[in-house]
Every structure is written in structure tokens, then in C-alpha cells.
Ligand binder design. Structure first.
Ligand code: NAD
Length: 418
């Protein structure tokens, strides 16, 4: 998040924007703007040299009206209480727009994991899992990977929890390795939802995805999978970038070969299928039919948005457009598929993992992909219904209108409690 933008304030203003179109009282909206609770804890672990070090960690449980809290745990020096609160709120509305029976949560530890050994990270992760133990569980709160955490950390959390609880409960976390109860299709899920949502948007706008030109900013897990899948749909990927720079070929290139090049050299730059090397900014402002930002938040600000020429943007990344950029793009009639829908494939397949863990019955990759397709198409249809019904100015507000209404309905249906 940028220094100037407090993410928690951004979340609250997005809720306020949508509230104007909702049949929900101000008192309920007030509830939906704040987390139910936030754990702030200090973890002290032994370094490999015998010294002790303290780390601050958080877990925000934003809303559980629709089901157990759900959301990742990130390890990053920029983690803060407000960032974790905001991210847990976005998870609440992400699970609601795709209509899976989960709430929203998020956690984090203030640390740069690159400075620590694997055994130090294991001690830290197990120490956090011990603190989280009373509040997590497959029916309470289900963490997942986020920035700088992955299958390894989830396997440690699961093992710590199961050991302390003397049970077998793989659904206490998702994003696990396949042998530890993970799901087929999880790795591709975010890129897959990004392109399914884009295909639906093109259909809605009466545009053809076949032959459409596509630029992808960020060629990591979300970006490269989106590039591969949109190419399989018949679109032409003409540009891609990573932190080292961008590549461009107006006739298109093979996204898999570009990824192979990145695996070998560390970057897409220098790929033989590229005609021209361009900057990261150039990738965002190319005259293409579809832009997929799949790197970091706040990649496009208001100034850059003035130069964006794409017709449709599908947000694989979380928060890639600043609120000011959103306004510029809305004025230019760019159709932006918001992150809470476009990248919701990740949490949706996490939900499938949780379902499979509970059933102790594991699905084929084909079944996972088919179920994901249905969830994303339904969510897109619900967004369009709200977009048209309220004559909204942008699809992001439409997504929040649908999501907030669903959470508010669950809260009100539960009735009052002293
Ligand atoms: P990743 O680390 O695998 O990839 C990030 C990519 O962005 C890398 O290729 C990196 O080189 C590139 N990058 C960094 N700075 C850049 C810059 N200035 N310009 C161009 N490229 C740059 O991460 P990921 O898992 O693909 O996540 C990407 C985004 O998608 C994040 O915002 C993340 O929150 C979001 N997301 C990911 C998932 C998931 O399941 N992976 C789910 C939901 C949301």
C-alpha cells in the first residue's frame, strides 16, 4: 500500500460508496465497516545464534455473518494493524460476491522473511499457530497463504494445530500441499477466475475474446497463468512485464515460452519472442483490448490512468488501481472488473479445498475447474444485475452493492442477541 493511502480508510470509503444504493440501515453499515475483533500479539522466538527476537503479529476477524472467517497470513515488513483490518474487510466482500459460505479474515507478521533461516521461520510460524489456536478451526477461522507464505507455512500451521488439539483437522488451513490435503487446481485458480471474468465482460460488451489483444503486468503466479489461459481462449498476448521490465510483440507471443524464459533467466526481459523491450509503464498504457494488472497494489494512479488505452481491465492483483485512477477510467468508459471478483478464484478453490477436507473426498482437477467456472459466472451475472438495476457508474460499486447486501442480509436474518 502506498504511504499516502490508508487501506482501512479506502475500504470504508468503498463501503460508503456502495451504501448509497443499498437497502441497509446506517447502523448496520456502521457494523460492516469495522472488524469484529483483532488479535495483536508479540511472538518471541530463538534465533539460530541463541538470541531472542520479538515480532509483532495480527489476526483480524472482520466478519463471520456468512460463515467462518477466511483469509491469508502475510509475512512482510509493511504489515500493519490497519492493513490487516482492511485486507480482512476485502476478504469479507470477496467471499460474499462469489457467494461462498465464508466470512473474512486476514493475518500478518511484521518481518522480512528473506533475513531468516527456514528453521527460524518454522519456529515463528508454529509460535503464531499456538497463539491462533483458540480462534482458528475449520468452523471458526481458516487461514491461507498470502504474500511470502505458501504451502510450507500452511503445513506447519496445520501440524501445530492438530498436535495441540490431538486431532486430524486438515480444513483448519487451506493452500496446503496436495499430500497434506491441498486441492487440485489451486495454483491456477486466480489466473483462471481473472480470464473467466474477462471472457464474461467481453461477452457482455459484445466484444470478441477471440483475437483480442492482451497486456499482462506482472508475470508471477496470477499473471502468467492468466496469460496462458487467455491465449488458450484464442486471445493474443502481446505484452508482459515483471519487476525487471516489459516485452512487446504486436503479433503476439507464446506465453508458455515466455514463462520458460523467465524460469531460466529470472525475467521475461530478453525473451526471443519479443520484438521490442518496453517499460513497465508502457505495458499498462498499450492500446490493447484487455489489460490484466497482476503485480502490486496501486500500480495505476490517476496520471497513468489518463494514458491507459485498454477497453477492459481484469484485476488479478489486489487493489492495482488507486481510487483516483478509478475515477479517471470511469470517465473514459473503461470496464474494470474489480479484484474482489476477478481474483476470487484463489479463495473459491480454497473453499473447495476446505469442502474436500471435511468430506475426506478429493475431487479431480476437471471437477474443481468446472465448479470454479460456475461460481465466477454466477458472480459476474449478479454484478451485472446490480450494475443495470441501479444504473451504476462502475462495476466495482456494483460488486460491493451485491456483496454488502448479502452480508447485511445474513446479519439481519440472524436476529438480535443481547
Ligand atoms: P507473484 O510474486 O507470483 O508475482 C508477482 C509478479 O509481479 C512477479 O512476476 C514480479 O516480478 C512482478 N512485479 C513486481 N513489481 C512489478 C512492477 N512494478 N511491474 C511489473 N511487474 C512487477 O505474486 P502473485 O501470487 O502472482 O500475486 C500477484 C497479485 O495477485 C498480488 O496483488 C496478489 O495479492 C494478487 N492475488 C494473488 C492470488 C494468488 O492466488 N496467487 C490470489 C488473489 C490475489
Amino acid at each position: 500500500m502506498s504511504e499516502e493511502t490508508n487501506p482501512f480508510e479506502s475500504l470504508q470509503s468503498q463501503i460508503d460508496d456502495a451504501a448509497a444504493y443499498l437497502d441497509v440501515g446506517d447502523d448496520v453499515i456502521e457494523r460492516l465497516k469495522h472488524p469484529e475483533r483483532v488479535l495483536e500479539t508479540n511472538l518471541t522466538i530463538e534465533r539460530d545464534d541463541g538470541d531472542l527476537e520479538r515480532f509483532k503479529a495480527f489476526r483480524s476477524q472482520f466478519n463471520g455473518d456468512r460463515g467462518p472467517y477466511k483469509g491469508g497470513i502475510r509475512y512482510h515488513p509493511g504489515v500493519s494493524r490497519d492493513e490487516v483490518k482492511a485486507l480482512s474487510g476485502w476478504m469479507t466482500y470477496k467471499t460474499a460476491i462469489v457467494d461462498i459460505p465464508l466470512g473474512g479474515g486476514k493475518g500478518g507478521i511484521i518481518i522480512d522473511p528473506a533475513d531468516y533461516s527456514e528453521s527460524e521461520l518454522e519456529r515463528l510460524t508454529r509460535s503464531f499457530a499456538k497463539e491462533l489456536r483458540p480462534m482458528v478451526g475449520e468452523d471458526r477461522d481458516v487461514p491461507a497463504p498470502d504474500v511470502n507464505t505458501g504451502q510450507r507455512e500452511m503445513n506447519w500451521i496445520k501440524d501445530t494445530y492438530e498436535t495441540l488439539e490431538n486431532t486430524s483437522e486438515p480444513g483448519v488451513v487451506t493452500g496446503k500441499a496436495l499430500d497434506s490435503g491441498g486441492s487440485e487446481g489451486r495454483v491456477d485458480a486466480t489466473g483462471r477466475s481473472t480470464v473467466i471474468a474477462a471472457r464474461e465482460a467481453f461477452d457482455y460488451l459484445d466484444k470478441d475474446i477471440e483475437g483480442a489483444t492482451v497486456a499482462v503486468q506482472g508475470y508471477g503466479n496470477a499473471g502468467w497463468i492468466a496469460a496462458r489461459l487467455i491465449d488458450e481462449m484464442g486471445a493474443t498476448v502481446v505484452a508482459a512485464s515483471d519487476s525487471s521490465g516489459g516485452i512487446y510483440n504486436p503479433d503476439g507471443f507464446d506465453p508458455v515460452a515466455a514463462k520458460d524464459h523467465k524460469n531460466e533467466t529470472g525475467s521475461v526481459v530478453g525473451f526471443e519472442g519479443s520484438e521490442e523491450e518496453i517499460t513497465n509503464e508502457d505495458v499498462l498504457t498499450l492500446d490493447v483490448d484487455l489489460l490484466i494488472p497482476a503485480a502490486l497494489e496501486n500500480a495505476v494512479d490517476a496520471d497513468l490512468a489518463e494514458d491507459v488505452e485498454a477497453d477492459v481491465i481484469s484485476e488479478a492483483a489486489n487493489g492495482p488501481l488507486t481510487p483516483a485512477a478509478d475515477e479517471v477510467l470511469e470517465a473514459k468508459d473503461v470496464f474494470v472488473i474489480p479484484d474482489i471478483l476477478a481474483n476470487a478464484g484463489g479463495v473459491t478453490v480454497s473453499y473447495f479445498e476446505w469442502v474436500q477436507n471435511r468430506q475426506r473426498f478429493y475431487w479431480s482437477e476437471q471437477r474443481v475447474n468446472e465448479e470454479l467456472e460456475g461460481v465466477i459466472v454466477d458472480a459476474f451475472d449478479a454484478l451485472i444485475e446490480a450494475y443495470e438495476e441501479h444504473d451504476l457508474e462502475n462495476p466495482r460499486t456494483a460488486a460491493y452493492v451485491v456483496a454488502i447486501q448479502r452480508v447485511a442480509d445474513a446479519f439481519e436474518e440472524a436476529g438480535s442477541w443481547p
